[in-house]
Design a protein around this ligand. Structure first.
Ligand code: MG
Ligand code: MG
Ligand code: MG
Length: 306
């Protein structure tokens, strides 16, 4: 039997990479033959973490064979998963997202908790199995939590995430605020990326009822600097709309210091954003104060208005 492949979503973020590696560690401790892999290039924030810990990046895969055994972390929607996922055998899912269109033909392990981060669930799994959490493991978990909760400021962050982060901080022996800010800042160094790369960095294809959408997010320390590239970003967004036959493309440019977003919206269903937030798009854009979470403050609200 071949190895079980473990991976997070396409356009992987720090949680998708770390949780895959954590799940690999967890399963290996239990004697399973597994390998953490990734479905896209590693962003700079995640690179910062891997370099900090001296960990090698997981191997890139493009698709899986029919019948391949796989474990999904940090996602469950097939549109965000590997090519040919429909024909794979999903043995396990560990996730903290809505469950949408998920179907298997065989029983599986499925763990979903409405926490701020998949790595928080991984922490609980380690504790439940009495597995040691060493310094490196603690920093891996902590990094994913910091990333997904924007240093505990996102509305997705729960008391449990904060409590567990405190425990991890003790094991890690680092100052979380300092480390976290450095890590998040590393992810906002985007000047060398093309507009196409920028809109793909953290993009998810999501069905909002019948509306086929792509919702991408870019973290920045300055919305205005990012908005200087609005024309080329829109061009890249338009190309994606044509290629993927999208009804709407929403790009969130999120100020991680001030916790606000500027949104650029294109496509024939752009009006759902106007309805959802009571704003008028001017030149395809609007400012959304306090909006930082795609999962909690964008997807559900847009779905209600789609
Ligand atoms: Mg993720
Ligand atoms: Mg996550
Ligand atoms: Mg995210």
């Amino acid at each position: 039997m071949s190895k079980i492949l473990i991976f997070g979503h396409k356009n992987p973020d720090t949680d998708s990479i770390m949780s895959a590696l954590l799940m690999e560690k967890f399963d290996k401790n239990l004697g399973f033959d597994v390998e953490a892999v990734r479905l896209g290039s590693i962003n700079k924030e995640t690179k910062y973490v891997l370099n900090y810990l001296g960990i090698k990046e997981p191997r890139l895969i493009e698709k899986v064979e029919d019948g391949a055994e796989v474990c999904l972390v940090d996602h469950n929607e097939f549109a965000q998963s590997v090519e040919n996922i429909e024909n794979a055998k999903i043995t396990a899912v560990v996730d903290h997202h809505r469950i949408c269109g998920f179907k298997t033909s065989e029983p599986l392990y499925y763990r979903a908790e409405p926490l701020g981060c998949t790595a928080t669930i991984m922490y609980k799994k380690f504790i439940e199995e009495d597995m040691e959490i060493d310094k490196t493991t603690a920093i891996m978990m902590l990094s994913a939590i910091i990333s997904d909760t924007l240093l505990f400021k996102s509305p997705t962050c729960t008391e449990e995430d904060k409590k567990i982060a405190k425990k991890l901080e003790e094991i890690a022996g680092i100052n979380v605020s300092e480390y976290g800010l450095e890590m998040l800042k590393a992810g906002t160094d985007l000047s060398d990326l093309t507009a196409e790369e920028l809109i793909k960095l953290d993009a998810k294809e999501i069905m909002l009822n019948d509306v086929k959408s792509q919702i991408a997010q870019v973290n920045t320390a300055s919305i205005s600097v990012m908005m200087e590239r609005k024309d080329e970003l829109e061009k890249a967004m338009k190309n994606t709309i044509d290629e993927r036959e999208l009804d709407v493309f929403v790009l969130l440019i999120t100020d991680i210091i001030e916790s606000n977003s500027q949104v650029i919206v294109l496509g024939k269903k752009s009006d759902i954003v106007e309805k959802a937030y009571g704003v008028i798009l001017q030149d395809n854009t609007a400012f959304l104060p306090g909006i930082v979470s795609r999962k909690k403050q964008v997807v559900p609200i847009l779905t209600q208005n789609a």
